[in-house]
Every structure is written in C-alpha cells, then in structure tokens.
Design a binder for this molecule. Structure first.
Ligand SMILES: [Cu+2]
Length: 384
C-alpha cells in the first residue's frame, strides 16, 4: 500500500513539473526563445552525451551487481551432472557478457557520433549483403553451438537407461507439502490414483497391487551418496515444481501425469557441511542470527535457533498462498546409513493395517460397528 502511494505521489510530481515547464515556456513568449519544438544542435549534443551517461550507468550497475550479489549464486554442485550444467551456465554468461559489452558500446557510441547536426545528411543505402551475412551468420553460429551444448547436457541428464542400477523414489506434491514414496525391495512403485486416497493413504496407493506391498511413505527424503536416484513426480492438485538447487535439478509436477529425472548425489549432507565455503556461509548466517537474538532477548522474546545446513527440496512454481514454505528436508547418507534408515521404516501396508486395527475401548470391544466394518474392508483390501 505504501509503495502504491509513493508511486502515485511520484507520478503527480512528474505531472506538476511538466506543467510548470509549460508555464515557464509560455512566459518566454516574445523573447528570443526557440519555440520551434524542433531539436537544434544544442539539444542533439545534450542527447548524445546523455547516451554516454546511460552507457556508464549500465556498466557501473553491472559491475556493482557482480561484486555485491555475485557471491549469492549457487556454489559447488552436489550431483554428478551438476558440474556440466554449471559449465553450460557459465559459458552462456560469459558469452552474454562479451556480446553485451561490445554491442552496448557500439550502440551508444554511434548514437553519439551521428547525432543530429545542422546541414548533415544521413548516408543512405538500401541494403548490404556483406553486413547482413555478418550479423545473421555470427549469432546463428554462436547460438547453434550453445544449443548443441545444451542439448547434449540435457540428454545426458534426462536420459534414464532402464538397465541402470537406480533407486526408484516417488516425490508427491500437494498444496503445500512434499511426500516421498520408496519402491522397496522390488524397486517398482505400486500403482496409485487420487481416487484411492483414504485415511493415512494420502498418496492414493493401490494397496491391492503386488508392487505396492513393500512401498514406504516418508516425509523426509533420504538418498545414498554415489547411487543414481530415479525420481518420479506426481501432483495431487495444481502445478508444482520439484527444485533441488544443490543438485542442479528441477522438474514440473503435473496433476494427472508422471514426470521423471535421475541424478546421483556426490556429497553426503555431512561432507557438504564441511566444505570450506559452506562452513564460512553458515558462520556468517549464525553471526547475523546471534546479533538478532541479542535484540530479541533484550525485548524479552525467545532467541533464534542456530542454523545448520541441510539440502532442501523446494517448490519452484507459485502454487498458492503457502508456496513459499513448501519444502522437504533431503538427507544424503552413506549407503550403509541409508540402508539402516530405510530398514527401520514400516511399509505403507503395515501402517494402514496398524491405523485401522480396532482399538480397545473402555468397557469392551469397538462399539462403532460401521467403523469396524470399514476397517475390516480396508484390511482385507490391504491383504489382497
Ligand atoms: Cu508448490
């Protein structure tokens, strides 16, 4: 609201200034003022130098931005393909930077050099094949190289060989949380459908499917280092986007279809925490938090928790009011830790059975006969 008011005030100020200059012009009537409304040499000189001013602004802002915010870009990639993607990104940036630096100088210099001068005629020619070949050919070659490089990197990342030894994990999106499903010993996910969502079976897994019998549903994603993980994404409601920034991976989650990609983590969470750049980053964050905590404590409020680095899965598609907070912790374990963690998890079938088992009620058996019948039906379905 405040910014809207500021904008309105600025617009009104601009209109007032414009009106004032008009009044000033009118007071000059009769004097030796140039009222022709046609730019003269002095106007053109001013515009020409302003061009240089704008050029300086572009460069100063770019350099200032690089130094001030340059450190905020993602650092060391934590996946096997991440380095390749970063190279592609860096090559694109360097190219954009060089082209931008050269073309902006030329654009502004020529705008200055050929600024309007009295009695100066523009050079006119209808076309120049040589020039057109040059300015169409060079960008075409550069873009073709970039696109080929991009395509190569893309297929390298997106192509999942069915014969590869991967771990199949489903990532399920809904407003506003993520859930993961492990395919269990058979490495095949059981079928699922939104129509089967019931009680704690929030992913709508078809509990009668033989492949679903060993599926495990969790709210924290654990993956082992050095093993390719084949992710399959589903969404329950709207478009979401599964974004793993440190692994340089992102995929849309689309209701009604399964999307997929695979990546191999190369640092465990613990190893990534020990990277010098991360140690420094966490120390900086905690120094800021400590300062803020001191202020809060002085006001009688609770201090902030200290920060520890964790990989996160974020949603990168604005999917509703709590989109900003749609995240899941991702833990990269050693293969042994991963095996141990997974072995301690109950399967969904076991969880559904436990949830639906008739609970002993005070003074006798389950009294609600309808509920008992429902439970029996679900358990029967689960045991099929
Ligand atoms: Cu979302």
């Amino acid at each position: 609201m405040t910014s809207l008011l500021v904008i309105i005030i600025l617009v009104l100020l601009a209109i007032a200034l414009w009106q004032l200059t008009k009044i000033f012009d009118l007071t000059q009537v009769g004097e030796e003022a140039d009222n022709s409304q046609i730019a003269n040499d002095s106007d053109n000189n001013t515009q020409g130098y302003l061009m240089f001013g704008f050029l300086a602004f572009i460069y100063i802002f770019t350099i200032y931005g690089l130094f001030t915010w340059g450190h905020l870009v993602l650092h060391t990639p934590a996946s096997a393909h991440g380095g390749e993607l970063d190279t592609l990104m860096n090559v694109s940036w360097v190219l954009i930077f060089i082209v931008q630096a050269i073309t902006q100088v030329l654009l502004h210099y020529f705008a200055f050099k050929y600024r309007g001068k009295k009695d100066q005629k523009a050079l006119f020619f209808s076309d120049s094949t040589k020039l057109e070949v040059l300015w169409s050919g060079i960008p075409a070659v550069v873009l073709a190289v970039l696109i080929l490089f991009g395509l190569y990197a893309w297929t390298n990342i997106m192509f999942i060989d069915d014969n590869d030894d991967t771990i199949v994990v489903e990532v399920y999106a809904q407003q506003f949380k993520w859930t993961a499903r492990y395919s269990g010993a058979d490495n095949v996910l059981g079928k699922a459908n939104v129509r089967l969502i019931e009680g704690i079976n929030t992913l709508g897994v078809d509990l009668s499917d033989p492949n679903a019998q060993d599926d495990i549903v969790v709210s924290e994603l654990h993956i082992p280092k050095g093993k390719k993980i084949h992710f399959k994404f589903r969404s329950q409601d709207v478009l979401h986007s599964a974004y793993f920034p440190y692994f340089r991976a992102q995929m849309n989650c689309v209701p009604g279809m399964v999307t997929e990609f695979a990546f191999e983590p190369i640092y465990t969470t613990e190893e990534y925490r020990q990277l010098p750049y991360m140690v420094e980053k966490v120390a900086t964050i905690n120094a800021i938090r400590a300062k803020k905590s001191a202020e809060l404590v002085a006001k009688g409020e609770a201090a902030l928790d200290s920060y520890t680095f964790d990989y996160l899965l974020l949603c990168n598609k604005i999917c509703g009011a709590s989109h900003y907070n749609m995240q899941m912790k991702v833990v990269v374990d050693t293969p042994e830790e991963y095996k141990k963690w997974l072995s301690e998890k109950a399967t969904l079938v076991q969880e559904v059975k436990a949830a639906n088992a008739p609970k002993p009620v005070e003074g006798g058996l389950e009294k609600d006969s309808t509920k008992a019948q429902d439970t029996a039906a679900v358990v029967k379905m689960a045991m099929k």
